[in-house]
Design a protein around this ligand. Structure first.
Ligand code: MG
Length: 238
């Protein structure tokens, strides 16, 4: 089978962060389940993985509708999200996903731009990315919570990714075409967002969900780990 990264049109790879570059999802699962329990709500760890990529308020409203039959007030959203962040900050620092460095280096070796597209809004993000991935990412090529109004599964984050990449790479600063990029995602809502933006989506199943969930979300190809994706990237016409 033709290697999808051999496509001559390809200019950039758009990386999701949590569950792709950093092994941070177990911490998010712990933080969400504990935080919402302290407000009399409940969320299973699996539900955290199913909702990954949604905005904080989107996730919280799903839970309050189920348990309280109504949307959360703005104040409740703020309190619950603050509690979630506090629990998250108590967790051990998430390490880079095993073989994420190899994947990023293989993308770099192919001469492709590396773009971050995350719903996360941690200010220390770039610093951590630079430490873990030794300068493979730059500020101009990052889409974070501060750049978007609508979280995944809306295509907005990935469309912004194409725009930022085009701004940096094209002489006329026009956005990259969807066909000039590939997305790497681990979460169903992230895959939906990538597909809604018209971009080929590589799913990497680094969590507890069934492959079927990622394929049903629209993944074009699926790998069981970043290790498998690194292998694929370093073999031409594998
Ligand atoms: Mg993710």
């Amino acid at each position: 089978m033709h290697n999808i990264f051999d496509n001559e049109q390809l200019r950039a790879v758009l990386f999701d962060m949590d569950g792709v570059l950093f092994d941070s999802m177990p911490n998010h699962a712990t933080a969400w389940t504990q935080a919402v329990a302290s407000f009399g709500l409940y969320m299973t760890r699996k539900e955290v993985y199913m909702n990954e990529g949604r905005t904080g308020s989107g996730t919280i409203n799903t839970l309050t509708q189920r348990s309280w039959g109504r949307y959360a007030t703005e104040q409740e959203v703020e309190q619950i999200y603050k509690a979630k962040s506090a629990f998250f900050n108590q967790c051990p620092t998430a390490q880079p996903m095993p073989f994420a460095r190899e994947v990023v280096e293989a993308v770099r070796a192919r001469g492709l731009a590396r773009v971050i597209v995350t719903g996360s809004g941690q200010l220390s993000l770039l610093e951590r990315l630079n430490v873990a991935f030794s300068g493979a990412f730059c500020q101009e090529l990052m889409v974070t919570a501060f750049d978007v109004k609508l979280g995944k599964p809306n295509p907005e984050p990935y469309l912004k990714g194409l725009a930022k990449a085009g701004q940096a790479l094209n002489a006329d600063h026009s956005p990259l075409l969807p066909s000039q990029a590939i997305v790497v995602e681990n979460a169903p809502l992230g895959i939906q967002a990538a597909k809604a933006a018209g971009i080929f989506c590589v799913a990497v199943n680094t969590g507890p969900l069934e492959d079927e969930v990622l394929l049903d979300a629209g993944a074009d190809i699926i790998f069981p780990s970043m290790c498998a994706l690194a292998d694929y990237l370093t073999h031409k016409d594998a």
